[in-house]
Write a protein that binds this ligand. Structure first.
Ligand code: CGF
Length: 820
């Protein structure tokens, strides 16, 4: 470990050597980026020793392995996090100081590996951190997208997407492993050959195109335990770069086809969160990384085990949403076609090995692939799914004789489509939601029929976050304060935070806590000034909503409320008003029109309000460009108020809510997702809850009866705000700029449903909750107590707890101790 072996002079020497080797420069001549590369290589060198040790221990202990299969891993920067987990952050900072460099600036040189969209991908990253810190043998399996999630620029208030070329300068923490490359086949047809010796049919894919999946490994460093696990992301290369034989025959197109297939497959991450786009390339991406990962897992298993029936004892495949559901069919293909197992045996092995996590009930996120596309691209996999479906339907018929409705609702293949969630449920032994409320909604509503048929498969695993990144690294001042008060145990056992509760009424502790918050606000204010050119007052309330932009998350309600407050201040300049800074950060999927209009609206409102001298800076609105993991850490640390205002029932869990809480920001929110459990932990008096309940929302959705027009007609404040969307107040007189948003709320022009996310229904209770926030904030002691208690009660929301529950109830892994 760096901590034990860390020798400052040696480290400095190795950094200088690396600069020389890599760039033929002295350290004095090197740029900050070059020093970043050199420092990272020096750190990687230490990590590799532990990586090797971990492999040796795994070989010796032969523990059960979990493969966390995910299209997304939103890792964030690695250097700082690795140093934290190696317990070498302060030492390296010192070493760099002596070399004349600032570790913070060096960390800023690292591109944010943004191989994910939002919560789902960041969850996967937190899980790897926790698995490794807890000492479990785990592989993350994903895709090495050449372009991660786009970088967001704001031009004239609009989002502009800029490609994220994160590999441009080479990424120092990855390791190419061509020796583990796998062939993945697409297209062609299936030839059936009867083998009289065995009496079995053999299925052979012919006329296909193939690509070579080449893995790159990234180390995942456990906290202070010498364990290093692996995130294995697959890149695609052409099998034989250029088919010269075809070229000679004049078939130039065919010759380049294989190469193009390889190039395209891993080129870019689809920028959708909670939304399925149904693109052929996406299906290729899914099969590509799953086939390579499952082939590799089976090959690895067979090196030390002779009987594939033992697979479930040694291997768990966790499907992060339906994106990796192909696992079920690919595993069946390998077991039946390549390993010659009987179907029933293969099915038992598969269902005992696979488990599925559901992350959303949003219907637009449900993956359904047209049969035509699926069977053309993956002919053998499609046949296998047909057979799975045939047998599954027989099971349904046996259980519910004559019930066609059940077949219609539960079939894996129906109406010309392959339904991935149904395959994932049938093909695994566990289905979990990501917060208690979400799991209950799955059981009662969305997956009711499946729950009725397989009640034992269903379970809840409330999400969590890693405190190592989101407190220890992101908020060093608060982290040190916590350690001074309760010791450092919280770093690996977050439940110990509850020991802070005794300080809730302690004036000195309160002051220190709020002083740290203030310093973090100053740090963020500086960032905002540098990046947005907006001066914000660190003494104002920092009211923050950072997350993906989605209608159900209701950034629109937030900004409408800002407009409403502004109107009030303009009408009653004398009324008491505690200064507030409303901070937004959000990327919208590139093709998501309404979301992009909302970004424009936020920026337009910011423009008007921030430049209105008459309100004396009482309100400021800031839209932070390019919200991502690295600036998120700083934003959470500086927040006073955490906006978690989704329409109840729509946010499966949320994880930003937990990061705010950990950093001492009370929640203003609906009873949705994990907010419910946050309130349970911290107490309703330390949060600001408002709005329709999930039952009320679901009831309106199922039975109708919601009329947003009533709110418009009966409430002059609401009417006023909505009219400002179409009277040019925020658009330099352009009546049409925000017309679509207005229409979406009232729908004066079409027969579509209006205000699908119940913004007008919740608006006034949101405004009332916001008044309570102000009242509470004015009372310094009360606020300090609330903030401190939020941190003290955040123990449940560590991903260490979540992972331990996955281990105990789904994966059943063995703990490994290095050097035992
Ligand atoms: O997964 C989400 C997030 N948007 O990525 N879903 N997906 N798909 C949910 O909407 C969040 O509520 C959840 O916290 C996250 C991780 O489970």
């Amino acid at each position: 470990m760096l901590d034990n072996h860390f020798k400052k002079e040696e480290f400095k020497k190795s950094v200088k050597e690396n600069v020389k080797m890599l760039y033929r420069k002295t350290i004095e001549e090197a740029t900050q980026e070059q020093v970043f590369q050199a420092v990272s290589l020096a750190v990687k060198d230490v990590i590799i020793d532990n990586w090797l040790l971990t492999q040796k221990q795994y070989e010796k202990d032969d523990p059960k392995i979990v493969y966390y299969l995910s299209m997304e891993f939103l890792m964030g920067r690695a250097l700082g996090n690795n140093l934290i987990n190696l317990c070498a952050y302060d030492e390296v900072k010192e070493a760099l100081d002596e070399l004349g460099f600032d570790l913070n600036v060096i960390e800023d040189q690292e591109p944010d590996p943004a191989l994910g969209n939002g919560g789902l991908g960041r969850l996967a990253a937190c899980f790897l951190d926790s698995l490794t810190t807890l000492g479990y043998c785990a592989y993350g399996c994903g895709i090495r997208y050449h372009y991660g999630l786009f970088k967001q620029k704001i031009e004239d208030g609009y989002q502009v997407e800029v490609p994220d070329n994160w590999l441009k300068n080479g990424y120092p923490f990855e390791l190419r492993r061509p020796e583990y490359a796998k062939e993945v086949k697409f297209g062609g047809y299936v030839k059936v050959e009867y083998d009289p010796a065995t009496g079995r049919n053999h299925f052979i894919q012919e006329g296909y195109q193939s690509v070579l999946a080449v893995p790159y490994d990234m180390p995942i460093v456990g906290y202070n335990n010498n364990v290093v696990n692996t995130l294995r992301i697959w890149d695609a290369e052409a099998i034989n770069d250029f088919r010269l034989d075809l070229f000679d025959k004049g078939e130039y197109h065919k010759a380049v086809e294989q190469e193009n297939l390889a190039k395209n497959i891993v080129e870019v991450l689809y920028p959708n969160d909670n939304h399925y786009a149904g693109k052929e390339l996406r299906l290729k991406q899914q099969y590509f990384f799953i086939s390579a990962s499952i082939q590799e897992a089976i090959e690895k298993f067979k090196k030390t085990h002779s009987d594939l029936h033992d697979l479930p004892k040694k291997v768990a495949f966790q499907l992060n949403d339906t994106h990796p559901t192909m696992t079920v069919a690919e595993l069946m293909r390998i077991l039946v076609d390549e390993e010659n197992l009987e179907w029933e045996d293969a099915w038992n092995i598969t269902t005992q090995t696979c488990a599925y996590t559901n992350h959303t009930i949003m219907s637009e996120a449900l993956e359904k692939w047209p049969i035509e596309l699926f069977s053309r691209l993956l002919p053998r996999i499609y046949q296998i799914i047909e057979e799975i479906n045939r047998r599954f339907l027989l099971e349904i018929q046996q259980k519910y004789p004559g019930n066609q409705e059940k077949i219609r609702k539960m079939a894996i293949i129906y109406d010309g489509q392959v339904k991935m969630a149904h395959l994932a449920i049938a093909g695994g032994h566990s289905v979990n939601g990501v917060a208690r409320l979400h799991t209950e909604i799955l059981k009662k509503q969305e997956l009711k029929d499946f729950y009725e048929m397989y009640p034992d498969k269903f379970n809840n695993k409330t999400n969590g976050i890693t405190q190592r990144r989101f407190l220890l690294h992101g908020n060093p001042l608060l982290a040190s304060w916590v350690t001074e008060h309760i010791g450092a145990g919280w770093i690996t056992d977050l439940s110990q935070l509850s020991k802070l509760k005794v300080y809730a009424d302690d004036k000195k502790a309160q002051q220190e806590f709020m002083n740290i918050k203030y310093q973090n606000k100053v740090r963020l204010a500086k960032y905002i000034l540098e990046h947005n050119g907006i001066e914000v007052n660190p003494n104002s309330i920092f009211d923050v909503q950072v997350k993906r932009l989605h209608e159900y998350k209701r950034q629109l309600m937030n900004i409408l409320h800002v407009m409403y407050l502004y109107n009030k201040i303009k009408e009653h300049p004398e009324m008491p008003f505690y200064p507030r800074t409303f901070i937004f950060g959000a990327k919208a999927a590139a093709g998501y029109r309404r979301a992009k209009q909302t970004i424009k609206l936020i920026n337009a409102v910011a423009d008007v309000i921030n430049n209105d001298k008459s309100i004396n800076g009482k309100i400021k609105v800031v839209f932070i460009e390019n919200y991502r993991v690295s600036n998120a850490e700083m934003i959470f640390a500086a927040a006073d108020v955490s906006e978690q205002i989704s329409t109840a029932s729509k946010e499966a869990s949320g994880t930003g809510n937990m990061k705010f809480m950990l950093n001492g920001a009370p929640t203003i929110g609906t009873m949705d997702g994990a907010n419910v459990e946050i309130v349970e932990e911290v107490g309703a008096e330390n949060a600001f809850i408002f709005g329709l309940s999930s039952d009320e929302v679901i009831n309106y959705e199922n039975n109708g009866g919601y009329d947003p027009m009533q709110y418009f007609n009966n409430d002059p404040d609401i009417r006023n705000v909505l009219m400002q969307l179409i009277n040019g107040t925020y658009s330099n007189g352009d009546f049409n700029m925000f017309r679509e948003i207005y229409d979406s709320l009232l729908n004066t022009n079409s027969s579509d449903k209006a205000d699908t996310y119940f913004i007008l229904a919740d608006f006034k209770s949101y405004a009332a909750a916001q008044e309570k926030v102000e009242e509470a904030y004015r009372d310094e002691e009360r606020w300090a107590k609330m903030a401190l208690l939020n941190t003290a009660c955040a123990g449940k929301f560590t991903s260490d707890r979540t992972i331990q529950q996955y281990v105990d109830e789904i994966w059943h892994l063995d703990k490994v101790v290095i050097g035992k």
